[in-house]
Structure formats: C-alpha cells, structure tokens
Design a protein. Sequence first.
Length: 341
Amino acid sequence: MITCISSASSLPADASVYGLDVSSSMEIRYFVAVGLGITLVIGIIGNLLMVLVLAKSLQSSNNPVSTMTCTFMVNVTVSDLLFLLYNVPVMLLSFIFEDWVMGPFVCVSSQSMSMLTMFCSFYSMVATSVLRYVAVVHPTHDLSYSRSQRFGLVTLMWILGFLVSLPSWLHQGVAEVGYSTYCIFCMTEFQTFLYFVLFGGVAFLPAVVVMAICYWEIIRFLWGWHISGAHADLGRHRKNRKVTATILTIVTAFIVMWMPYWAVTFLMANHSLSPKPLVYVVSSLATLMAYSNCCISPLIYFAFSEQFRLELSKLFRRRQRGKLPKQIYQIHIALRAMVSR
C-alpha cells in the first residue's frame, strides 16, 4: 500500500475535499499568505541584522565560549535566512494559487530545503545547549576550538541536516489527480512507518532529551544553588543566567512552533484525521506558525539580550557617519521605540 502525504504546499488545492466552500478557503489561504508575507519582511530584516551583529561579535570575541556560541548562532541565522529566501516565498505562492504551479523541481527542492535548513538550525541549537552546559556546570573545561574545528562542527550540522532531508529528495514529487496538481510525498506503508521512527526516534527526540537534561542541570546550577567560593563572581553568574534564558527561549520557541506542524503531518500520514473543515484550518495555521519561527530568533535576542542591543546600537551609530542606509537606521529607531514602551 502506498501512502501519499499532501504537503502543506498543496493544501490549498484540497480545500473542497475538506468540505470548505470557495469563499471560506480563499479567506484562510489569503490570511496565511499575508502572515507569511509579514514573516518574510520581518525575518529578512531581523536575520540580516543578526548576521551583522554576530559577525562583529565573532571578530571581537576573545572568550572561547562566546566564540563558539556566536558560531552556532550564526549557523542558526544563516539557516533561517535560506529558509526565508526560498521556502517562505514558495509556501506563500502555494497559498495564493489553488493549484501547484511551480513545477516538480521547486516541489522537490523546497520540501527538501525545508528539512535541511530546519534540522541544521535545530542541531546548532543542540550544540549550543551542550556548550552552555559545559561552560556553566564545568567552567574549568577547555572549550577553545580553532577556526578549522569550528568550521568542521558547522559542516557536520549541515551534513546531518542533509541526511534527514534525503527522504524528501527521493520521495517528493508532483502528481496530477483529475484537474488538480499536487506536491506530494509518497512512500509505501512500511517506508512511512520507518520514516517517522527514524525522524522522531533518531533525528529529533534524542536531541530534545539531551537539551532537556542540559538545561535542567544549568537551571539547577544557576537558579538553585547558592553562589559561594569559586562561583562567587556575581557578574559572570548573572550573565550566564541571561544568556541561558535567551537561548532556552529560542529553543523552546522552535520546538513549540514546529511541533503542531509535524503532529498534523504524522496524523495525516496515518489517516487519523478525517477531511473536515477544522482539519484544513488547523493544518494551514500550523504551517503558518512553523514557518513564522524563522523570524523569531532576532526578536528574542533583541528583547532578552542587552549585549545584542548594545552591539546593534554600535552598528547603527555608523549612520551618523553616513555608512548605513537611511532605511536601516529608521528600522533601528523603530525597534528601540517598541522595546522602550
């Protein structure tokens, strides 16, 4: 038996199957499309600013932990930018048009790139979590890595992301049913079972468990223990708290925003969801939530990290010397006004 999962990109074409009339399906599609458009604008601006600030911090950092943290967060930001520049526009167009109109190459590559960038970003967060654990709980451990070693770790994350995306490269494709064209993911029943076992049980859940253990130990150390003796450096202790809270918020946002999307995908693959209007609405909103995650990290950094705001302010002071476009400077002023309210 062959199991075919209609990707979120093809959901608009399925609206009538879910019992929705044309007017209702158009409202949902356009609502999601507008949300994706907003995500695209905010995400590109925010992640470009993130790259500039993190690159500057990476150049000026003499602390091995800060250097490694910046390296991993640059990797997260680059992954999000690639996702924004390719996957979000493809998804936006697929919600505007009722049929899949972008051909087989875009169908295969967009779904595969989605998996690649998502898991590259995810594994970078896992590495950051382990790094924070070692830096906080075992501060005497040497975390100095050469540039080539850092490059090797980043390359490993992209390789892992590519391995997770392989099923999409092999099984994603375009199919015509009646007068409609779909971008679908087709495998046998056994392949589908194996895919979700490997996806959830090997690629995702163990990493989540590792992060949960790391942050549990970090929280116990930073918030549960009294500071004394060798740990009496209050300034470093407070800085560790702030950095931990920022990264933990980014990780939590990633998991929470992607989980509904994959839960719906899993239930659809197992034929556990009957085609009802509510299922279509939930699927569409879950897609919007998941894709919006790529613009969240810069907002969290700006809201939580005083150091990030300081570096951003330094960056925008160049405006006074005519080194930055006026539009980018105005964005900075608007962000400062939002935070100061």
